[in-house]
Design a protein around this ligand. Structure first.
Ligand SMILES: *Cc1c(COP(=O)(O)O)cnc(C)c1O
Length: 388
């Protein structure tokens, strides 16, 4: 088959001359950055500033996640502390989280994976008990959960490719209330770049959007050495703030508002897989865990019965023209080029999650025909190996 459905990412919008309400404007102020990682580094830097008496500050994150989390933490002179996941979920285990808190802890990062926000009520309670800053990493979720429920002290957004709003890069840090003089000095002390949406930007946008079509993505993958989506640790050198036209953000939010919640259709079509050992990361599962959100997902996630079936499913789906993948595939401590993270607790659940997770495209170009094709492929993959 010629052409392939990209795994993730919405098309880059045009700037919009029409003002669009920002979902967080009631509760937060935004500072724009060059990337989501910059915004996260800024949030961590601010959390470290709040506890100047702590010599080697620690920041708690889930053991399965984006390696940029670790890069942002290390860039601020803090140490990441990894916490295992709750069974068959992308959420941190709450007891594991409580156990990970020490006198050195300054912040907890609640990460919304695949568009599913963390259980921020629960995390906020734990943070309140220990006077920790709660950071909502909403790089994969839009709008952030805290926009309407201002539970997090800081919220991180990303506008990178493969994120809900794709502006070909960029990010934002949202903060509540007012920054202190010391905090403002820290933020204002970072370097600043200016983004202009001139002719070069317009051409780049066209190229980006071309490479996101089925033919474009198919050809892109054929370029040797491009290593699309390979998970690798990269240190984060320095924070860069960004001045960007608000018309661009308005365009992105407007575009996103038109997106359908395709995951409900996935949930319906794939439901029977649960009889053969698969686990859907579906709405029902999360509402049981005290969680509800109906925002469109960045990707639809499910757990295969085991890693062999997951890997076979990835191959079969890609051969069928569907860009499915295992996302990061390993826990943070096993990511390529990851620096040693010192002594960490065990995280067997996160290891299993990393081995079994399969993510399916959920963006605006996925059709119901595609979803039915996915179901056919997954049923046939399962049928070939009933006893593994
Ligand atoms: C992508 C991502 C980031 C980093 O955002 P960039 O804009 O790529 O720097 C941070 N956290 C999570 C959960 C992400 O998915």
């Amino acid at each position: 088959m010629l052409g392939k459905l990209r795994p993730v990412g919405s098309r880059v919008p045009l700037p919009s001359s029409e003002t669009v309400p920002l979902p967080w404007s009631q509760n937060y102020t935004a500072k724009y950055c060059a990337s989501g990682t910059d915004a996260l580094a800024l949030a961590i830097g601010l959390a470290v500033l709040k506890k100047p008496e702590v010599a080697r500050p620690e920041v708690i994150i889930p053991a399965y996640g984006c390696p940029d989390l670790v890069a942002a933490i290390l860039s601020q002179g803090a140490c990441p502390v990894l916490v295992d996941l709750a069974p068959e979920s992308p959420f941190m285990d709450s007891q594991g989280l409580r156990d990970a808190v020490t006198a050195r802890t300054v912040a907890v990062v609640g990460v919304g994976l695949l568009g599913i926000p963390e259980r921020l009520e629960l995390l906020a309670k734990i943070c309140e008990d220990h006077a920790l800053a709660l950071i909502e990493d909403s790089a994969q979720c839009f709008p952030p959960y805290s926009a309407a429920n201002p539970l997090a002290e800081f919220v991180v957004l990303s506008f990178g490719r493969g994120k809900p709003i794709n502006l070909m890069g960029g990010g934002a840090l949202l903060y509540r209330g007012k920054l202190t003089v010391k905090e403002r000095k820290f933020v204002d002390g970072q370097s600043i770049e200016t983004l202009k949406t001139g002719i070069t930007w317009q051409l780049k946008r066209h190229l980006f959007n071309l490479l996101m079509t089925r033919i474009g993505f198919f050809l892109l993958e054929k370029i040797p050495g491009i290593g699309l989506g390979k998970t690798r640790f990269k240190p984060h050198p320095e924070i860069s703030m960004r001045i960007m036209p608000s018309s661009l953000l308005f365009g992105g939010i407007k575009n996103y508002g038109r997106q359908a919640s395709l995951h409900f259709f996935y949930e319906k079509v794939l439901r029977d897989l649960e009889n053969t050992g698969w686990v859907l990361l579906n709405s029902d599962r999360f509402s049981i865990m005290g969680h509800s959100t109906e925002s469109p997902r960045l990707r639809f996630g499910l757990l295969a019965p085991n890693r062999y079936i997951r890997d076979r499913a990835v191959n079969a789906l890609n051969s069928a023209g569907i860009g499915a993948n295992g996302l990061y595939e390993v826990v943070l401590s096993s990511v390529e080029d990851m620096p040693p993270l010192g002594h960490q607790p065990e995280f067997p659940i996160a290891v299993g999650f990393a081995e079994r997770l399969l993510t399916l495209p959920c963006h605006e170009d996925v059709t119901k025909v595609d979803v039915n094709r996915v179901a056919e492929v997954l049923v046939s993959v399962g049928a070939k190996c009933p006893h593994e």
